[in-house]
Write a protein that binds this ligand. Structure first.
Ligand code: 3HC
Ligand code: NAI
Length: 694
C-alpha cells in the first residue's frame, strides 16, 4: 500500500508510504485521493492530516514516471492538489525530514502546514531541467513572498524548516512530537467553521515586482546559458504576478510539459540517477558488510598525495602522511596549509578550522606509523619498481584487513596487488587532479579485490563527497582510455587540415570546458608524449599521428615552458595561436602527403565525441564498466563534458546509434580512417533500435 489511512478521534491521517522517499507516483496519488474521499464521507471525521512515513514527507513527483503514460494518468498531481485544496474538511500537512518538489506543492495545497525542525524544504525541479509543475511557482510566492520564493525556485536549494518558521509557509514549527501536534492542530481547526484558508487566495505583495523579476533574470543569465529551465521558472512566477493565479497555473503547466521533453532535462535526470546508480555494483549487494575506517594513511606527499589527504581530513578522519625524505614531507605539508589558507582567505573556512584540520595530519618518515591504519593510499611516483617497493613494505607493516589502495593512473593494478600476499585487500583509488577539488574517483577493481573492500571504498567515497565509479583493470581505466582516442582524433585532424585553435573552439562551443590543445598545454604535453612512447612499443601496429611528438621534440611542453600548441606570455594564461606551430602543422601534412582540406566544426565535434562514445562502447563490451551511465558520470565529473548533454554515451543515444554508426563509417573511409575500429555493440544496438542507456 502506497498510502495508509487511519483515524484518531475524529481526525483522519493519510500517510504516504512509498519508500524510499514517498515519491508521488500514480498509486500514491490515487491513494491520497481515495483517503480524502473516505474522510469526506465519514461524518465522524472533522479534519485530515496528511503526512509521510519513513524518511520523508515527500521527495516529490516520481521522476522515474516522467515521459511515461503514468505521469499524465489521472489522478495527476494537479488533480490531487485540487482535491486537497477543495476539501470541505480542513487538511493539515505535517512535514518532516524532506518536502521537495511535488511534495512541497502538495503541502502548499493544504489549508494548514505544520513542520518539524530540520526538514529540508525545496523546489529542486530546476536541477532536473524542469520547473515546479504542480502550482509551486504560483503558491510559493503567495506563501513566503516573491523574493524568497523566486530564490528557492531558481536555485532549487533546500532551506531548513526552522529558517522558514516566520515566512508564512508554516502555521507552526513544532519542537515536540509532530504526529501528536498534528492531531491536536487538526482537532483545533476541525472545530472552527470553514471555509479554511487557501494559499492560492493570498496576494503577492511586492513594492517593485517587475524590477525584482528583471533582477532575477539578470542573475540567472550565467547558469541559464545552456539550460532553458531557470528562465522558464521566472516566466511562470511573473505570469502569476501579472495575470493572477489561474492563468499563472496554466502557463506553468505549459512550461512544464515543454521542459520535461528537452534534452537538457533528460540529461540532468540521467545524471541524477547515474550518480546514484554508480554506487551500486551488480555483484556486490548493498548488504555486503563494510570494514571500519577510522585511520587513514597516504604515501607520497606530492601533487596527488596532499590533495588526497585533504579529502579525508575535511571529512574529519585523521591521516598519517608518509614520505621518504624530510624536505619532501615539509613541502607537502606546507602545500596543504597553503591550500587551506587560500580557503580561509576566500571566507570559506574559519581560521580555527584550518588549525583543526592541520592537527588531523600526522607527518612521518616511518612505516611503523602506518601499522594502525585501516586504509592506506599510495600516491608515489608512477613507476612499477617504486610501487613494488612500497607495496612489499606495506604487506609487512599493515595490519590484517587494512585496505591497500593505489592511486596509479596507468599501471596494472593486478601486478601491484601481486606484490603483496593479500591481493584481496588491494584496490585502485584513482583520484583526479586537484584531488581535493575534483568530484570523480575511479575505483579500480582488481581480479582479486574482495567485495567488502569495494563496498567499503564506495562508502568512504560518499563520506569524502566523491562520485565513485567502478572500473575494471585496463590501460587508462575508463576515463583516460577514452580520452586517448579523443586526442588521437584531434591530432589526425591537425594533419588533415585543422589548426589547434579551430578544434578547441569547436569543441568548446559544444560545451567542453577546454579543448584538447589548451588542455594539453595546461597539463603538459610531455605527459601524453610519455604515454605515446609506451604505446609505440606495446602496439607498433596502431597508427598515431606523430605531430605532437614533433612539438615535444622542440621542447614546447605547454604553459610551463612558455609555449606549446599555443604561445603564452609571462604571467598570462591566455592561449595565443602560434604562427610557428601552425606552420609546423602545415609542413607536417606536406611531409606525410596528407592533402589539407577545410574541416567543418560539425566534423570536429563528431569525431571527438564519437571517439569517446566508441571507446566507451568497447569498455562496456569488455565489462570494464558495468553500465553506460557509469561512463557518463566519469565524463561529467572528471573530464568537463557538458552536463546538459549528459555524457558521451547519453549524447550518442540522443543522436541515435544508427546515426553514430553511419558517421563513424564515413570517417573510417577518409584519410586516417584506420583510427576507427567501430565497437560491435553500436551496430547491434542500432539494429535493435536501442541505445546504450535503453
Ligand atoms: N522520484 C523517484 N525516485 C526518487 C526521487 C524522486 N523524486 N527522489 C529520490 N529518489 C530515489 C533515488 O533515486 C534513490 O533510489 P535508489 O535507492 O534506487 O538509488 C532513493 O530514492 C534514495 O535517494 P537518495 O540516495 O538521493 O537519498 P537521500 O536520502 O540522500 O536524499 C532526497 C533524499 C533529498 C529526497 C534526494 O533523493 C533528492 O534530492 N531527490 C530528488 C528530489 C526532487 O528533485 N524532487 C522533485 C521531483 S520533480 C517534481 O516534483 C515535479 C513536480 O513539480 C511536478
Ligand atoms: P608527484 O611527483 O607530485 O608526487 C610523488 C611523491 O611521492 C613525491 O613527493 C615523492 O617524494 C614521493 N615518493 C616517491 N617515492 C616514494 C616512496 N617510496 N615512499 C614515499 N614517498 C615516495 O606525483 P603525483 O603527480 O602526485 O603522482 C603520484 C601518483 O598519482 C602517480 O601514481 C600518478 O600516476 C598518480 N596520479 C597523478 C595524477 C596527476 O594529475 N598528477 C592524477 C591521477 C593519478
Amino acid at each position: 500500500m502506497a498510502v495508509d489511512y487511519t483515524t484518531h478521534d475524529g481526525v483522519a491521517v493519510i500517510t504516504l508510504n512509498n519508500p524510499p522517499v514517498n515519491g508521488l507516483g500514480l498509486t500514491t496519488r490515487a491513494g491520497i485521493v481515495e483517503g480524502l474521499e473516505r474522510a469526506q464521507n465519514d461524518p465522524a471525521i472533522v479534519a485530515i492530516v496528511l503526512t509521510g512515513a519513513g524518511k520523508a514527507f515527500s521527495g516529490g513527483a516520481d521522476i522515474t514516471e516522467f515521459n511515461t503514460p503514468k505521469a499524465t494518468q489521472e489522478p495527476t498531481l494537479a488533480t490531487v492538489i485540487k482535491a486537497v485544496e477543495g476539501s470541505a474538511k480542513p487538511v493539515v500537512a505535517a512535514i518532516h525530514s524532506v518536502a521537495m518538489g511535488g511534495g512541497l506543492e502538495l503541502a502548499l495545497g493544504a489549508h494548514y502546514r505544520i513542520a518539524a525542525p530540520g526538514a529540508q524544504i525545496a523546489l529542486p525541479e530546476v536541477k532536473l531541467g524542469i520547473l515546479p509543475g504542480a502550482g509551486g511557482t504560483q503558491r510559493l510566492p503567495r506563501a513566503i513572498g516573491l523574493e524568497a520564493a523566486l530564490n528557492m525556485i531558481v536555485s532549487g536549494a533546500p532551506v531548513l524548516s526552522e529558517k522558514l518558521a516566520s515566512s508564512g509557509l508554516f502555521d507552526e514549527v513544532v519542537q515536540g512530537d509532530l504526529a501528536e501536534a498534528a492531531l491536536a492542530f487538526a482537532r483545533k481547526v476541525g472545530a472552527q467553521a470553514g471555509p479554511h484558508p487557501k494559499v492560492r487566495d493570498r496576494k503577492i505583495e511586492h513594492p517593485n515586482a517587475e524590477g525584482f523579476i528583471q533582477f532575477a533574470r539578470n542573475s540567472v543569465a550565467g547558469i541559464a546559458k545552456n539550460f532553458p529551465a531557470p528562465h522558464k521558472c521566472i516566466d511562470a512566477v511573473e505570469a502569476g504576478v501579472k495575470d493572477g493565479f489561474d492563468k499563472g497555473l496554466a502557463f506553468e503547466r505549459e512550461c512544464f510539459i515543454a521542459l520535461v521533453q528537452t534534452p537538457e532535462s533528460h540529461a540532468l535526470r540521467h545524471a541524477f540517477f547515474g550518480e546514484r546508480a554508480a554506487s551500486k555494483i551488480p555483484d556486490v549487494p548493498s548488504s555486503t558488510p563494510v570494514r571500519e575506517l577510522r585511520k587513514i594513511a597516504v604515501i607520497g606527499a606530492g601533487t596527488m598525495g596532499g590533495g588526497i589527504a585533504m579529502n579525508f581530513v575535511n571529512a574529519g578522519l585523521p591521516v598519517t602522511l608518509l614520505e621518504t625524505k624530510q624536505d619532501a614531507l615539509d613541502r607537502g605539508i606546507a602545500t596543504i596549509r597553503k591550500n587551506y589558507e587560500g580557503t580561509v582567505k576566500k571566507g570559506k573556512l574559519k581560521p580555527e578550522a584550518l588549525e583543526q584540520r592541520m592537527a588531523l595530519i600526522t607527518p612521518t618518515l616511518s612505516y611503523d606509523d602506518l601499522k594502525d591504519a585501516d586504509l592506506i593510499i599510495e600516491a608515489v611516483f608512477e613507476e612499477l619498481g617504486v610501487k613494488e617497493q612500497v607495496f612489499k613494505r606495506l604487506d609487512e607493516v599493515a595490519k590484517p584487513g587494512a585496505i591497500l589502495a593505489s592511486n596509479t593512473s596507468t599501471l596494472d593494478l593486478n601486478k601491484i596487488a601481486a606484490f603483496t600476499k593479500r591481493p584481496q585487500d588491494v584496490v585502485g583509488m584513482h583520484f583526479f587532479s586537484p584531488a581535493n577539488v575534483m568530484k570523480l574517483l575511479e575505483v579500480v577493481r582488481g581480479k582479486d579485490t574482495a567485495k567488502d573492500v569495494l563496498a567499503t571504498v564506495m562508502q568512504v567515497a560518499k563520506k569524502i563527497r566523491k562520485t565513485a565509479v567502478v572500473s575494471g583493470v585496463c590501460d587508462g581505466f575508463i576515463g583516460n582510455r577514452m580520452i586517448e582516442q579523443y586526442i588521437r582524433q584531434a591530432l589526425f585532424m591537425l594533419e588533415e587540415g585543422a589548426l589547434p585553435a579551430q578544434i578547441d573552439k569547436a569543441i568548446e562551443k559544444f560545451g567542453f570546458a577546454m579543448g584538447p590543445f589548451r588542455m594539453s598545454d595546461l597539463a603538459g604535453n610531455d605527459i601524453g608524449w610519455a604515454i605515446r612512447k609506451r604505446r609505440y612499443q606495446e602496439h607498433p601496429d596502431l597508427h598515431y599521428s606523430k605531430i605532437a611528438d614533433r612539438l615535444c621534440e622542440t621542447g614546447r611542453f605547454g604553459q610551463k615552458t612558455g609555449g606549446g600548441w599555443y604561445d603564452y606570455k609571462a604571467g598570462d594564461r591566455t592561449a595565443y595561436p602560434s604562427k610557428l606551430v601552425d606552420e609546423m602543422i602545415v609542413g607536417y601534412s606536406q611531409e606525410t602527403a596528407t592533402p589539407r582540406r577545410k574541416i567543418s566544426d560539425a566534423e570536429i565535434v563528431e569525431r571527438l565525441v564519437y571517439a569517446l562514445s566508441n571507446e566507451g562502447a568497447k569498455i562496456l563490451e569488455e565489462g570494464i564498466a558495468s553500465k553506460a551511465s557509469d561512463i557518463d558520470m566519469v565524463y561529467l565529473t572528471g573530464y568537463g563534458f557538458p552536463l546538459w548533454r549528459g555524457g558521451p554515451m547519453l549524447y550518442a543515444d540522443t543522436v541515435g546509434l544508427y546515426n553514430v554508426e553511419r558517421a563513424i563509417g564515413r570517417y573510417a573511409a577518409q584519410a586516417n580512417g584506420d583510427g576507427w575500429q567501430i565497437a560491435k555493440s553500436i551496430g547491434d544496438l542500432a539494429a535493435q533500435g536501442r541505445g546504450f542507456n535503453s
